[in-house]
Design a protein around this ligand. Structure first.
Ligand code: ADP
Ligand code: GLC
Length: 486
């Protein structure tokens, strides 16, 4: 089985969040199941020099832009780079310029990526022909529309990692997309008078997956459907929830080169060295009080504003708090001001570093995720593996990957963390209070850590579900099935 995966992010080449972790890890997990993946990705600065065995594969003009397709490898990853300096080689990040604004031509950048992907999917690349196309998020959603317009006979899977990001642009761009006029309709990509790249994917893909079964249900509701619940309802039968896994090689406390001292469940005592390293790194007081951390995009989705009302309680109980990430200045600045009240006990660090993220998981006692909604969430899964106990809002993937440490779950030895009702400050603090009380009882805490570290969120099971899905779709698209479906 040959799969063409299309994504705007791919760990370790380019990452702003969990999307990269997933597209980077899934191909590795699919390989033993007989699925070979090539991932097409924009030629952002610095990507090509990191690849080995780089080959020029094709050259094409896409929406008036000259695009060279170059293949290359990075460890287990087979990459196709859409090399188009005019669109992708610039300062800033994949989506934002240096001032923090969207690149003004994002519609064109990702339309070009999508059409280049559709060309490879339909015509192949120097004899290589994929059996399935797997699109990720809005940046590649338009591919499904292009393939439909071409009449290409290749199954298309669209994975929605976060419905809040929809690739919405003015209807003025439609004329530039080179799609037939009928695509600007409510059944295809028209969305309240504008164009939505995600909606194009939702309406034209053969199968839609999202990153947890709970989120697959939530996106059909008015509350979390983000305006797409109507079109999603028409595709209800095509929607599947497949929970994300984690790359257990990249995230392994026993071999992690980014942390101060390696350990596993049996040698958990050594974890204390990482906690000490974390306290030094963030200039926290070295006392016995628990270290609670947030490692996240600092945005409304992640419930960062809900931290304010619980801060005094954490501080009164002798806790120490690290808030680490990047995001919305309007949420970050008040927290920075708050932190000045608690020198040595509270730090807000604005930054992005993979190594720091690893140390934070290895050294924190507790990782907090107060998300308002969370399609899957990977941080809580890394926390489990590193023996940091998650406190999470009961939503999306958080609800189904963390088992609350209530009496019954503790007695059954399955509890792994603490849950609270999303958006409720009162319940949030109650969960923190329960966790801090638990922390004061070493035998309870050790049991919880043991259960957390034994939880298996490797990719094995979920990769098998993707492999099954690819096979089913391929069967459905076999020539006989096509005739049968009329
Ligand atoms: P999302 O994709 O919504 O941001 P996830 O929990 O799925 O949330 O994934 C977030 C990923 O980004 C994790 O790998 C996490 O460690 C990483 N991450 C988030 N913020 C930072 C940061 N400031 N520095 C390093 N890694 C970060
Ligand atoms: C998105 C979601 C997050 C999910 C990640 C990877 O960024 O916000 O919950 O874990 O994608 O699928």
């Amino acid at each position: 089985m040959l799969v063409l995966s299309a994504s705007s992010e791919l760990f370790p080449l380019i990452k702003t969040g969990g999307l990269a972790d997933v597209t980077g890890a899934l191909p590795k997990a699919l390989k033993p199941l007989g699925v070979t993946t090539r991932t097409i990705l924009p030629g952002y600065p610095g990507i090509l020099p990191r690849l080995t065995n780089v080959q020029d594969e094709a050259e094409m003009v896409v929406l008036g832009e000259s695009v060279q397709l170059k293949s290359g490898q990075l460890e287990d990853l087979n990459v196709i780079v859409a090399h188009c300096p005019a669109l992708f080689e610039r300062d800033g990040g994949p989506y934002l310029n240096q001032e923090g604004w969207d690149h003004a031509d994002n519609w064109k950048r990702f339309a070009v990526l999508s059409l280049a992907t559709a060309n490879v999917a339909s015509m192949g690349l120097n004899g290589w022909r994929p059996n399935v196309v797997h699109l990720h998020d809005w940046q590649t959603g338009l591919t499904a529309a292009y393939l439909k317009a071409m009449g290409a006979q290749i199954p298309v899977v669209l994975s929605i990692h976060n419905l809040a990001f929809q690739g919405q642009f003015s209807s003025n761009v439609f004329g530039e997309l080179q799609l037939p006029g009928e695509f600007f309709s409510v059944e295809k990509l028209e969305y309240f008078g504008s164009v939505s790249f995600l909606k194009a994917g939702i309406s034209c893909a053969d199968s839609i997956t999202t990153v947890s079964p709970t989120y697959a249900r939530e996106i059909l509701t008015d509350e979390l459907g983000m305006g797409m619940q109507g079109i999603l309802a028409t595709r209800r039968d095509a929607i599947k929830g497949i929970v994300n896994g984690i790359d257990t090689e990249v995230w392994n406390p026993l071999t992690d080169a980014c942390i101060s001292c390696n350990y596993d469940n049996r040698t958990i005592g050594r974890r204390a060295h990482n906690r000490a390293a974390l306290e030094r790194r963030f200039q926290l007081t070295a006392d016995r009080g628990p270290v609670l951390s947030v490692v996240s995009r600092l945005t409304w989705q992640k419930g960062i504003d809900l931290l304010h009302p619980v801060l005094p309680g954490i501080m009164d109980r002798g806790g120490k708090l690290i808030i680490y990430g990047q995001g919305d200045p309007a949420l970050i600045h008040p927290l920075i001001e708050e932190s000045w009240k608690y020198p040595g006990r509270m730090v807000v660090h604005v930054g992005y570093s993979e190594a720091d993220a690893h140390l934070l998981h290895a050294g924190s006692d507790i990782i907090i995720q107060p998300s308002r909604f969370e399609p899957c969430g990977l941080t809580q899964l890394y926390a489990l593996r590193y023996g940091a106990i998650p406190i999470v809002a009961r939503t999306g993937g958080l609800a189904e990957t963390i088992i609350d440490a209530n009496e019954a779950a503790m007695a059954a030895r399955v509890a792994t963390g603490f849950q609270f009702q999303p958006g409720s400050v009162e319940d949030f603090y109650h969960a923190i209070d329960r966790a801090l009380t638990g922390f004061e009882r070493p035998s309870f805490w050790r049991r919880l850590q043991n259960q957390a570290m034994k939880a298996d969120f490797s990719w094995q099971r979920s990769a098998a579900r993707y492999a099954d899905l690819y096979s089913e779709l391929r069967k459905d698209m076999a020539p006989d099935a096509r005739i049968y479906r009329g």
